[in-house]
Design a protein around this ligand. Structure first.
Ligand SMILES: Nc1ncnc2c1ncn2[C@@H]1O[C@H](COP(=O)(O)OP(=O)(O)OP(=O)(O)O)[C@@H](O)[C@H]1O
Ligand SMILES: [Mg+2]
Length: 178
């Protein structure tokens, strides 16, 4: 019989209106939930920026001519310090995802958009996948593995370790049987 493995797992999901005020809300929620893993300040900043870009896209592109849109953000904290973030809208969708993901491609140059949102999300995470259906919406998944505490200490990159909180032993989290 295979051994039962205990795996770290924590999950949250939040749905909010696609209005610009909620960009800051989404960043704050993501940062707060992920802080459980005691990320580096730089890792947290990267995740917040990636979330901002994704949520802003939903607000400014997905629901351009569609009132009362909503955005759902799901975050999972997975084994081995892996963070999984899914951001989904039910807006206009993207007809050519590969083209949309090219750096500098934008459908809103008149609004001084740079066409760099996807490039930023890609560079600040380990994996970015986008699935979209015209008229139905877009779902974007970003994954990022946070540095191990020991690795950080070896590297001497310990900006997040200066606080009393960060010196605590990492919490083991909620175990999940698989
Ligand atoms: N959720 C979405 N729904 C519909 N279209 C989207 C969505 N996200 C991105 N797009 C399309 O993909 C294009 C590229 O997105 P990207 O974020 O890279 O650049 P941008 O938003 O145009 O500019 P920037 O992010 O630099 O302000 C957008 O111009 C838009 O046409
Ligand atoms: Mg953008």
């Amino acid at each position: 019989m295979p051994k039962t493995k205990l795996k770290y797992f924590n999950e949250m999901s939040v749905t909010f209106s696609a209005v610009s005020e909620n960009e800051a809300f989404a960043r704050a929620v993501a940062a707060s939930f992920i802080s459980e893993l005691d990320p580096l300040v730089s890792e947290l900043a990267e995740i917040k920026t990636a979330v901002s870009e994704a949520v802003t896209n939903c607000i400014v592109h997905a629901y351009r001519n569609i009132p009362n849109g909503s955005i759902t953000m799901l975050i999972r904290l997975l084994p081995d310090r892996r963070v999984y973030i899914k951001i989904r809208d039910k807006g206009c969708g993207i007809s050519n995802v590969a083209q949309a993901m090219e750096p500098l491609f934008t459908t809103a140059p008149e609004e001084e958009r740079a066409g760099l949102g996807f490039a930023v999300m890609k560079s600040f995470t380990d994996r970015l996948t986008v699935k979209s259906s015209v008229g139905k919406g877009t779902a974007l998944v970003m994954e990022k593995t946070l540095q191990e505490r020991l690795e950080r200490e070896d590297n001497g990159s310990s900006e997040a370790n200066s606080s009393a909180k960060s010196r605590r032993k990492p919490r083991s989290g909620t175990p999940m049987r698989q």
